[in-house]
Design a protein around this ligand. Structure first.
Ligand SMILES: *Cc1c(COP(=O)(O)O)cnc(C)c1O
Length: 365
């Protein structure tokens, strides 16, 4: 008997997530010195982890013989105070990626539908397909969410609408008015899953606050992460804010110890590191200017808006340029899988790293 006769059909059909290429792979493939390779492919923080988190994590290593606190008691308490949100509205995950999957786990049966944008984070689709649900990918003219079309795509079978703001991979952003009016026009049987992985890279005055929508009883869940601005992608910690009833369901489907003990300690310390967050945000803003100037000089269509990454339309040779850049030790991200084969996504690095990327890219254009 073939294993494919035994496995669930939707698992056999499940697409694989394509991650940014690790430095070691590229070093081996092209015979390069790993220390000289620049990874600008996965929206990681170029300034490293929050120093306070590193210190806290190293002090906690001796406790690894114990299971973590499955309830994330201290992290919950700290975040609850910082956000002004009651602790029963918080759910922690092994990265916000896990939360996105848990949301689908709680809401989707086979045959249900999930609505998102065509050029939006692929994990929404993966989460839906894994549950045997259908992912309806709505066109995004000018690479922006089209809320009218998204409303039109909703049917009685729709369970979730996913959106990211700032969006990945496009980097486009939406205002509080746009998000609020969309959420208020959603039918009651739909949950709005709002992904804020890059929220902290926006100026505080541009950050959308959906917490009042949760307070007013809307079916809204928002996800945030320690992976991006806090620089803790390797630690795996993210969280959701939603109603206590929804949180209770999410907690039933998660693993008992889904957030490891180092992640809990590191995340708590990172919450105290406002200086690091501000530094990363300001440096990232400077990097945006570097790339924007270069793209304008070259006459490339581009999106330099939210997040810690930029998008440029380099044309039909995007994949060749991607490979050539790797040979020169710069890893960026092609967007074929996102339906944008002519675009490259580049994570903003430190000033000198951006310069090097711009110089190498300039030679290839
Ligand atoms: C990076 C990213 C995340 C965060 O993933 P983690 O699992 O928290 O590391 C979530 N959503 C989007 C759109 C992202 O780009």
């Amino acid at each position: 008997m073939n294993f494919s006769d035994i496995a669930r059909k939707c698992v056999l059909k499940q697409p694989k997530y394509e991650a940014g290429k690790p430095i070691e792979y590229v070093a081996r493939e092209f015979g390069l010195d790993p220390d000289n390779i620049l990874k600008m492919a996965s929206n990681e923080n170029p300034f490293g982890p929050s120093p306070k988190a590193v210190e806290a994590v190293s002090k906690a290593l001796g406790g690894l013989n114990y299971y973590p606190d499955g309830a994330c008691f201290y992290l919950r308490e700290k975040l609850s105070k910082k956000m002004g949100v009651s602790g029963d509205k918080l759910v922690f995950g092994n990265g916000s990626n896990e939360i996105l999957e848990l949301v689908a786990h709680v809401l989707c049966d086979a045959g249900d539908e999930v609505v998102t944008g065509r050029h939006s984070f692929v994990v929404y689709k993966l989460a839906a397909l894994l549950m045997g649900a259908k992912c309806v990918e709505v066109e995004m003219p000018s690479l922006r969410y089209d809320f009218g079309r998204m409303l039109d795509a909703i049917t009685p079978k729709t369970k979730i609408v996913f959106m990211a703001n700032p969006n990945n991979p496009t980097g486009t952003t939406n205002t509080q008015d746009e998000v609020y009016s969309f959420v208020r026009s959603l039918p009651e049987h739909v949950v709005f899953c709002y992904d804020e992985a890059y929220r902290e890279f926006q100026d505080p005055s541009d950050q959308v606050d959906v917490l009042p929508l949760i307070e007013e009883g809307r079916n809204v869940l928002t996800t945030r992460t320690f992976s991006k601005i806090y620089g803790l992608a390797g630690l795996r910690c993210g969280y959701a804010v939603c109603s206590p009833e929804f949180a209770d369901c999410l907690n039933r489907v998660r693993e008992p110890f889904n957030v490891n003990s180092l992640a809990q300690v590191g995340a708590m310390a990172a919450l105290d590191d406002d200086a690091f967050v501000e530094y990363a945000r300001e440096e990232n803003k400077k990097g945006r200017v570097q790339f924007k100037n270069a793209f304008e000089k070259w006459g490339l269509e581009h999106i330099v808006e939210g997040g810690n990454f930029v998008m440029a339309k380099v044309g039909p040779k995007a994949l060749e340029i991607f490979t050539e850049l790797q040979k020169r030790g710069v890893i960026v991200r092609p967007n074929v899988g996102y339906g944008l084969p002519e675009w490259l996504r580049i994570t903003i690095g430190k000033t000198d790293q951006n310069e090097r990327c711009i110089e190498e890219l300039g030679k290839l254009l």
